[in-house]
Write a protein that binds this ligand. Structure first.
Ligand SMILES: [Zn+2]
Length: 268
């Protein structure tokens, strides 16, 4: 009974060595401005931690280049749908770096809210990478509050390639682009780790936290799906960041915009 297990482990070890021996693909990461506005900070604490009724918020989309492949992380509001939405579309931004929507292989979505999924439909040929529990909530007979069902129409109808992510996912199989579970804000919320050669590891937190104060103090917005999951996810991000010395980017916090070069420049 034991020999086959040893054989299997040996085979896995060999596969890991073979993967490590390959020349790593060049990876870059850029931030795209997907809108700006203000939010009532009081909504973002279930312990009455904040009082500012007009806290600056930014809306961030990201482009990851992995060798010859492209991935988009979060897609912002649909322009025109909301006063906070960007007037420039994501497709127009990508054109500035000569990337056409059809060249985008993957769109990773942190969670189902409209400020992250508004322009998903601009990438009908991309494979959608979404948390398994998130997908269940999107396709439920009665989708939960805040689910932007319209953004997912193409994938709900079966027209788009879909990969629901049950756990963590090494997107390109070489450890450079890693989706990891951070539930709490929504049931299947996920964050992204991008390992860059020069800049080092970068974590895009999605909405695991919306601003520095909540990140630092394990603060929980009153409208989050699950309080305990939120805190556990914040702990996971913090431990990961400490262990690998990652730059942590809170996507909605304007104070974190400067952690990446201004588009069209990209961190490498
Ligand atoms: Zn958001």
């Amino acid at each position: 009974m034991k020999a086959p297990i040893r054989t299997l482990l040996a085979a896995l070890g060999f596969a890991a060595l073979a993967a490590a021996a390959q020349t790593p693909a060049e990876v870059s990461l850029s931030r795209i401005d997907c809108g700006n506005g203000f939010n009532d900070s009081r909504r973002f604490s279930d312990t009455f931690a904040y009082t500012d009724p007009k806290m600056p918020f930014t809306f961030s989309c990201y482009l990851i280049r992995h060798g010859d492949d492209y991935m988009v992380w979060d897609t912002g509001y649909l322009p025109g749908s909301n006063p906070n939405a960007s007037k420039v579309t994501l497709v127009e931004y990508l054109a500035q770096v000569q990337v056409k929507p059809d060249q985008v292989k993957y769109v990773g979505i942190s969670h189902y809210h409209a400020d992250h999924t508004g322009q998903l439909g601009s990438f009908p040929n991309a494979t959608l990478l979404i948390g398994e529990r998130e997908w269940a909530a999107i396709t439920a007979p009665k989708p939960g509050p805040g689910v932007n069902v319209a953004g997912f129409t193409h994938w709900i109808s079966g027209g788009g390639k879909l990969e629901t992510v049950p756990a963590d996912k090494d997107v390109f199989g070489d450890g450079t682009v890693f989706i990891f579970r951070t539930p709490g804000h929504t049931p299947g919320h996920q964050s992204l780790l991008v390992r860059l050669k020069e800049k080092g590891p970068v974590i895009l937190v999605g909405d695991a936290a919306h601003f520095h104060e909540n990140y630092e103090n394990n603060g929980v917005p009153g409208f989050n799906h699950d309080r305990a999951d939120t805190i556990a996810s914040l702990e996971r991000i913090k431990q990961m960041a400490k262990n690998i010395k990652a730059t942590v980017i809170i996507q909605h916090d304007p104070r974190d915009i400067g952690k990446l070069p201004t588009f069209p420049a990209a961190a490498k």
